[in-house]
Structure formats: structure tokens, C-alpha cells
Design a protein around this ligand. Structure first.
Ligand code: HAM
Length: 417
């Protein structure tokens, strides 16, 4: 019987892991520059956390969650995204009292979607959430962070699309006008959109079905209904983006698949990723913290970039990560007890070099072959003669140059590089 990874999940190793390490290092550096603290929330939560945050009528909650029951009959769910858990943690630990309320996270998320290129059931997000900042400079940061990450990875051919989905005050009149507009076309909408028409009409606007797209082409847009405050906020964001030299397009169809957004909603797209071209999504969610903790309403904004889509982009650009090299390989004369080489092994490691010790049972030429196979840059021969004279024979495997050095001199030399 052969076992395989579950459909929609993926093993990560080799070049992909090296690229992920590179990405994580950039994320750490950027997090420092943006004054973001790391937060790690559990991979599962009570299902209600997601129902409450994301909205029961969204695709994510209604059909894409991996739900389970624990032995006590409690309903749990693997997190489909990061924001809900961070908001839950923010409220639970009263983090609004902290000095810094800007967070970043990275980790696996789970959605039971139909797998395809760039769409998996287990995927990873790198997200940021900024709490307590109601003005547009925080929206700017939620956009600038993923953009700087892309640019650090030499990805410049992205499109930033922004929109404002307003607040409950501007949405009420808009929804009734949108309903009036779509009512005569209702029967022609796809089955899903007929359902959305009743329960979550905004989502009809970002349906991928071509017929629905045609029907909504000239539909009224929320941008024309924004209240004074939402309008001011949206113009302010545009001014900041222009000032930061970040190109953007206003796209009234960016309504996002999660119900918590207010005011800013945005996506960063990479066209060559095909149908799953949104590499990053985010927006403001001023009502969500208050929804969890009515006594402490707190404005918030954030974004999340998909790691797998980022890897696809790097693959497209043929970016290879720098391979890890083995600095030293210790070859031990089979006639001596190889435990005597252990202090040497430890010492080289404490000096910050990578080193492996051969099994020591094979003849020396076989051990050299092994060193070559492992791509060792240098070998150290540890034999009888070397042991008696307190020396080591070091060979540079690239040039073939070989030298005998005194034990203590080797450490001095290695230290000096
Ligand atoms: P989202 O747009 O649902 O937003 O997901 C963000 C990113 O996660 C997407 O742009 C995509 O790169 C990646 N992604 C989503 N689903 C999949 C999938 N099935 N397979 C591979 N990658 C995927 C959110 O999740 C919000 N929590 C973002 C946010 C943070 N808004 C405010 N703060």
C-alpha cells in the first residue's frame, strides 16, 4: 500500500524550503521596520470564532471549513485564515492595553476548496494585523508591507487594486439600490449568486461566472454611495499611496470574500498566476473587535499574502535559493576509533561551520567519494599519523589543494576565515 499526501496538501522540501527560509528572513526584517510583533495563535479555534468573524454566508464559512468535534462534543475548526484568531486573541488577552498593537504571523491555513494551481486545502499565509489606528497611514502600512516583501524578492510586476466597501451607514442605501438594479436579472444569475442576492448581495459583484459579470457590469458601485467619512478616508489612502510612489487602480469590484471589511479593501494581483492571481488580500475591519468585545471597540486593518502563490511567482521568475553548503567533512582512518573525532566535530560546530563525521568504517577513498557526494567544500583527514602528531590534513575539494596543519593552527585559521 502506498501512502500519499492528502489531496490539496503538499510536502515542502529542497529548493522550496530554502526559498521559504529566504522569505521568512525578509519578513522578520520587514516586521522590525514596520514595528510589528509576532503573534502565534492556535491552528484550531472554536468554529464560532470564524462564523462570527468571517460571516456565516461567506463561501469560506458555508462550504470551505474543516470542522471537527472534540471528545466533549465541542465544535472546532481548522483556521481558514489568520485574522479571526488574532482578533480573538487580541480581545481575550486585552491586548489593547499593550504598548505595541501591531502584529505579524505566518503559518498554515485550511480551506476545503477545489485544488488547482495556486489553490490548496492546506496553504500558508504571511499576515499582518494593525489595531487601534483608525487613520489611513495604517491602511498604507497594510499595503506597503506585502509590496515591500514582493519587491525584496525582485517581484515588481504586480497590480494593486483598491476599493472602499464603506461602513454600515453607506451600505444600507447602496444595498437597496443594488437589489433594485439586479432584481430584473435575478433569474439569469448563477445559482450561487441567486443565493447571494438574498444573503450577501455584495459578493455578486465578484462572481467569476462570465454571465454574472456581464449582468453586473453597469451595476451601481459602492464608491458612489460612500458617506463623508468613508470618502475622506479613501481619498487620504490614495494620497498616501501616491506620495509613497505605489501605483494602484481603483476597482469597485474588489469586495473580498470575507464579511468583516469596512472602508478599505484591496488585492495585489500577479496576472501570470492564472485564475488564482490574487497573491495578497486585505483591508480595514473597524467593526470586528467590537463585535467580539463590545466594551472595547478598536479599529483595525491588515493583509495576508499567500506563501504558495509567492513560491509560484518565484518559480515563474526562475529564482533559485542559495544552496546550503557543507563546510567540512571529517574522514576517519578505519583503524582508529572514530569516537576520538567527536571533540573535533563539536569544536568546528561551535565555530559556526557545518560539518559531518563519516561513519569511519569504509576505506579512506570511499569516504572521499562520500564527501564529494555530499558536496563538502573541505575534508579533514583524521588518521593515526595526524593523531600522533596533533595535526589535521585539510583538503580543499574544489581546488584539490591539500595541507597539513597543526590542530591549534587549524582553529586559528578557520576562525579568521
Ligand atoms: P484572503 O484573500 O482570503 O484574505 O487570503 C489572503 C491570501 O491567502 C490570498 O491572496 C492567497 O494568496 C492566499 N490564499 C487564500 N486561499 C488560498 C488557497 N486555498 N490556496 C492557496 N493560497 C490561498 C484573508 O485571508 C484575510 N484574513 C486577509 C486579511 C488580513 N485581511 C485583513 N487582515
Amino acid at each position: 500500500m502506498s501512502f500519499m499526501a492528502v489531496k490539496g496538501s503538499k510536502d515542502l522540501f529542497g529548493n522550496e524550503i530554502l526559498l521559504i527560509e529566504k522569505i521568512e528572513n525578509i519578513v522578520k526584517k520587514l516586521a522590525k521596520n514596520f514595528y510589528l510583533e509576532e503573534i502565534r495563535t492556535p491552528i484550531f479555534e472554536y468554529t464560532d470564532v470564524f462564523k462570527r468573524a468571517i460571516g456565516v454566508e461567506t463561501d469560506i464559512v458555508s462550504k470551505e471549513m474543516f470542522e471537527l468535534q472534540d471528545r466533549g462534543g465541542r465544535n472546532l475548526c481548522l483556521r481558514p485564515e489568520g485574522t479571526a484568531g488574532v482578533v480573538r486573541a487580541f480581545c481575550e488577552h486585552k491586548l489593547f492595553q499593550s504598548k505595541n498593537t501591531r502584529y505579524f504571523y505566518q503559518g498554515p491555513m485550511f480551506r476545503a476548496e477545489r485544488p488547482q494551481k495556486g489553490r490548496q486545502r492546506q496553504f500558508h499565509q504571511i499576515g499582518i494585523e494593525i489595531f487601534g489606528e483608525k487613520e489611513a497611514q495604517a491602511d498604507f502600512d497594510a499595503i506597503a508591507f506585502p509590496i515591500e516583501l514582493l519587491q525584496e524578492l525582485n517581484i515588481f510586476d504586480f497590480q494593486l487594486k483598491i476599493n472602499s466597501v464603506g461602513c454600515p451607514q453607506c451600505r444600507t442605501p447602496y444595498f437597496s439600490h443594488l437589489k433594485q438594479y439586479l432584481e430584473p436579472h435575478k433569474q439569469k444569475l448563477c445559482e450561487q449568486c441567486q443565493n447571494r442576492f438574498e444573503k450577501n448581495i455584495l459578493r455578486v459583484l465578484d462572481c467569476k461566472n462570465e454571465n454574472c459579470r456581464n449582468l453586473t457590469q453597469n451595476a451601481p458601485v459602492l464608491l458612489d454611495y460612500l458617506c463623508e467619512e468613508c470618502n475622506r478616508h479613501f481619498s487620504c489612502l490614495q494620497t498616501l499611496l501616491k506620495s509613497g510612489n505605489i501605483d494602484f487602480q481603483i476597482d469597485p469590484k474588489i469586495v473580498r470574500g470575507l464579511d468583516y471589511y469596512t472602508k478599505t479593501a484591496f488585492e495585489i494581483q500577479l496576472n501570470y498566476l492564472g485564475s488564482q492571481n490574487a497573491i495578497c488580500g486585505g483591508g480595514r475591519y473597524d467593526g470586528l473587535v467590537g463585535f467580539f468585545d463590545p466594551k472595547n471597540p478598536t479599529p483595525a486593518v491588515g493583509s495576508a499574502i499567500g506563501l504558495e502563490r509567492l513560491l509560484l511567482a518565484l518559480e515563474e521568475k526562475k529564482v533559485a535559493a542559495q544552496e546550503k553548503l557543507l563546510d567540512y567533512y571529517i574522514i576517519v582512518d578505519p583503524e582508529i576509533d572514530y569516537s576520538q573525532a567527536i571533540p573535533l566535530l563539536q569544536k568546528i560546530r561551535t565555530m559556526g561551520f557545518s560539518v559531518l563525521l563519516d561513519e569511519g568504517k569504509k576505506n579512506i577513498s570511499k569516504q572521499f567519494k562520500e564527501a564529494n557526494k555530499k558536496g563538502a567544500l573541505n575534508t579533514i583527514v583524521f588518521g593515526k599519523e595526524e593523531l600522533e602528531n596533533n595535526t589535521l590534513t585539510i583538503k580543499n575539494m574544489q581546488t584539490g589543494e591539500q595541507k597539513k596543519v597543526l590542530f591549534q593552527d587549524f582553529f586559528k585559521e578557520a576562525k579568521n576565515g
